[in-house]
Design a protein around this ligand. Structure first.
Ligand code: SF4
Length: 395
């Protein structure tokens, strides 16, 4: 398994404490998105389709650390956008580690070789490099040739410098089990500490809508891959029961509050994948989100979701409640033959609402009323609010 024992114990103890305190809903992984700007434009990404003033906005170091403190989750995954474009990222990472958290820094690795000197290996710090498959597959997924080679070169450098290094593979409907299995063999031979896998989420704003997986295909694909991995020593960074869920053997509802998301808009409702509204604080997110409106069977946009950010928390809590089940899944690996767990019926789900444009307009209006930063004020008051917002963003 690709999750260090110390981290498993830390997260397990945290979950137990929440149960002993009688908390019904609690976070496991804070998804911190300090910016949406990226240096790639992947066809399956639904995170970066914003006007420039929003793409240029950054969460400050203070805002990031406040989010970590407010949320209290033991793990912080820094995503985006491309986190290495944020000039204060080393300070953000140091601040989160100083709080005793586990930090996973997700990156496409294009800037990793240039910036790696700003970071030091730490037992609670992991580079999580985006790699969706072999050279041809990954370069297709990120819509740019040469990215696979640069990511692999950065991965090898990070390993050589003593960093814990994982890869993060998102699978689409053109993934082939045999080829993915060969890719997992390759990255295992490169010495990656963990392979994180997930099917892609069908973001409504992703430019390519043709290659997202539905639930049945997801389960068949993962069965095909896992069947080829038996005895190969692949080290997954996902929990054994989440992998078993991907292979169709667990009937899980998502836990959207398990991976709460803080980005430049605020605290995103209801989850990392869906932006259906924003709360000003973590407490407001937890207390005022109508959670029952979301999830597979409840909402059309959730019908095909099997993404780790929604279901990993469900699997972890299941493992804590029924450790024998998790141990069995760990020992035998995901079941790849026989009947699958029954599906959640979709006939009662409410139809999709399309709120993206409204939120973008609201965010732009809010930014226009933000006070300019001190540097902009010194330059003179002749810029209006919107121009000031762009100045904030240009950092
Ligand atoms: S199923 Fe859950 S995690 Fe997935 S998009 Fe819906 S609310 Fe989010």
């Amino acid at each position: 398994m690709g999750i260090p024992l110390r981290q498993q114990i830390k997260v397990g103890a945290y979950v137990l404490r929440q149960h002993l305190r009688g908390r019904k809903r609690y976070p496991l992984v804070l998804m911190l998105e300090p910016l949406f700007r990226c240096n790639l434009a992947c066809a399956g990404c639904g995170k970066i389709d914003y006007p420039d003033p929003i793409l240029n906005k950054r969460l400050s170091v203070r805002e990031c650390l406040d989010a970590v403190d407010e949320c209290g989750a033991p793990v912080v995954a820094i995503a985006g956008g491309e986190p290495l474009l944020h000039k204060e990222m080393p300070e953000i990472v140091r601040g989160i580690l100083a709080r005793g958290k586990i930090v996973i820094l997700c990156t496409n690795a294009l800037l990793l070789e240039k910036r790696i000197g700003d970071y030091a290996p730490h037992p609670r710090f992991t580079w999580d490099i985006h790699l969706d498959g072999d050279r041809e597959q990954h370069d297709w997924a990120v819509s740019q040739k040469g990215v696979y080679d640069r990511a692999v070169s950065a991965l090898k450098l990070a390993k050589a410098k003593g960093f814990r290094t994982a890869i993060n593979a998102t699978l689409f409907n053109n993934a082939e089990p045999e080829r993915m299995a060969r890719f997992f063999d390759d990255v295992t031979a490169m010495g990656v500490d963990a392979i994180m896998v997930s099917p892609g989420y069908a973001y409504e704003r992703a430019p390519d809508q043709q290659h997202f997986l539905n639930r049945r295909k997801t389960k068949e694909l993962f069965r095909g891959i896992f069947a080829r991995g038996k005895g190969k020593g692949w080290r997954f960074g996902n929990s054994p029961l989440f992998l078993d869920f991907l292979a169709g053997n667990q009937r899980y509802h998502c836990t959207p509050w398990g991976n709460p998301t803080r980005n430049v808009f605020g605290w995103q409702r209801p989850c990392y994948l869906l932006g259906e509204g924003y709360a000003k604080s973590f407490t407001e997110l937890m207390e005022t989100t109508d959670w029952d409106r979301y999830g597979t069977g409840n909402y059309e946009k959730c019908a095909d979701c099997m993404v780790h950010s929604g279901f990993e928390a469900t699997a972890v809590v299941d493992a804590i409640k029924k450790p024998w089940k998790a141990v069995a899944a760990q020992l035998r690996g995901p079941k790849t033959e026989g009947g699958m767990a029954p599906e959640i019926p979709l006939d009662g789900q409410r139809p999709a609402e399309f709120v993206f444009s409204r939120h973008v307009q609201q965010a732009l209006a809010d930014m226009a009323h933000e006070p300019p930063p001190p540097t902009a004020r010194r330059r003179g008051a002749k810029h209006g609010g919107a121009a000031a917002a762009a100045t904030v963003a240009a950092k």
